[in-house]
Ligand binder design. Structure first.
Ligand SMILES: [Zn+2]
Length: 329
């Protein structure tokens, strides 16, 4: 999902720095460093939009969102602004002198030199975003060095990197370095919830994601690949009366998930009845009542009620169906 950049997320220090700056004070180059997946590119795009904005006066940070220039920025990563050039993904600047930079996806050094030297279309500033710039070749590094030796007026270079040590010291020393991320716990939760993940599922991956949104999304993906393992864990937690550490309920998974829970409940009741259940013994009467409540939840799932609410109803139905103190070895 392509959100609009939320300037309140992840980049406190960099935001504070640019909020104090005027457009006329902006340097030729900035290097945004931080772990991957913490919003360096998003921040750089929003900074570019702010610098090119025609409705924010001399403020370097904070775009009006409505002027002619802002309208060309569209959604994240989909700018059509002629004075903003963005290299998407890892920058692989090769030595070959290709005809155009759009043909292979790789930028040549010649492209870079040309882009650094071009005049602004609007007669104002130009902003170049080079992301993950550690891949720069010696020829590209030379192009960048030439740029810094005699920087053309009105060109601002934004570089992002998660491994700034890999950038030539001669380039790094000419850039103002600012840190972005890692994201705080609250920021991660807010971003994940906005992308439609249940809070429980988001909390479950937080510590492993270590402040990187990209890593959190990968972890949530891999969790989602094993729905039955997730449901099994959720079921055991709920029966034990614990708040489940994982969540399985999304609009897509709801029907299948409820069927899977019913199947587990049926197995648990049968095993308890036959004295086979090695774990918790299920109270038959409460187990059967829970079964009816899951039937209700299935009906509810066909309406517009949120998946999280349906899952909560099921959780309440199966919490307490175990015979108290009947834990077997
Ligand atoms: Zn604007």
């Amino acid at each position: 999902m392509a959100d609009r950049y939320d300037p309140s997320i992840g980049a406190d220090a960099a935001r504070a720095f640019f909020s104090r700056s005027r457009k006329t004070e902006i340097a030729h180059g900035y290097l945004l460093v931080g772990p991957s997946g913490t919003g360096k590119k998003s921040f750089a795009r929003y900074l570019a939009q702010s610098l090119l904005c025609e409705g924010n006066g001399d403020r370097a940070f904070g775009a009006c969102g409505t002027c002619r220039s802002c309208a060309l920025f569209g959604h994240e990563g989909q700018s059509t602004h002629p004075d903003f050039i963005e290299h998407v993904g890892a920058l692989k600047i090769g030595e070959t002198a290709g005809a155009g930079f759009a043909t292979t996806g790789d930028t040549t050094s010649r492209d870079l030199i040309r882009q650094l030297a071009m005049q602004s279309y609007s007669g104002g500033r130009r902003v170049l975003l080079l992301a993950d710039v550690e891949f720069a070749s010696p020829a590209a590094a030379n192009a960048l060095l030439k740029f810094f030796e005699e920087p053309p007026g009105g060109v601002t270079l934004l570089l992002t990197s998660s491994t700034p040590a890999a950038i030539l010291g001669t380039i790094r020393s000419r850039l103002t370095q600012l840190r972005v991320g890692p994201l705080s716990r609250d920021e991660m939760l807010r971003l994940l919830e906005r992308r439609g993940f249940a809070r429980e599922a988001a909390e479950h991956v937080l510590s492993r994601a270590r402040g990187s949104l990209t890593r959190a999304l990968e972890l949530l993906d891999s969790d989602a690949e094993a729905p039955h393992a997730t449901i099994a864990r959720w079921f055991d937690d709920a029966v034990a009366g614990n708040t489940p550490a994982v969540s399985w309920a999304t609009r897509e998974s709801l029907d299948e998930g409820l069927l899977a829970i019913k199947a587990r409940l049926k197995d648990a009741i049968a095993a308890s009845y036959l004295g086979e259940r090695p774990g918790r013994r299920i109270d038959l009467e409460r187990g059967l009542k829970a079964f009816e409540k899951i039937d209700d939840a299935q009906r509810l799932a066909r309406t517009n009620v949120s998946p999280t609410m349906v899952a909560d109803l099921v959780r309440m139905a199966i919490t307490g169906i175990a015979v108290p103190g009947a834990e077997r070895p």
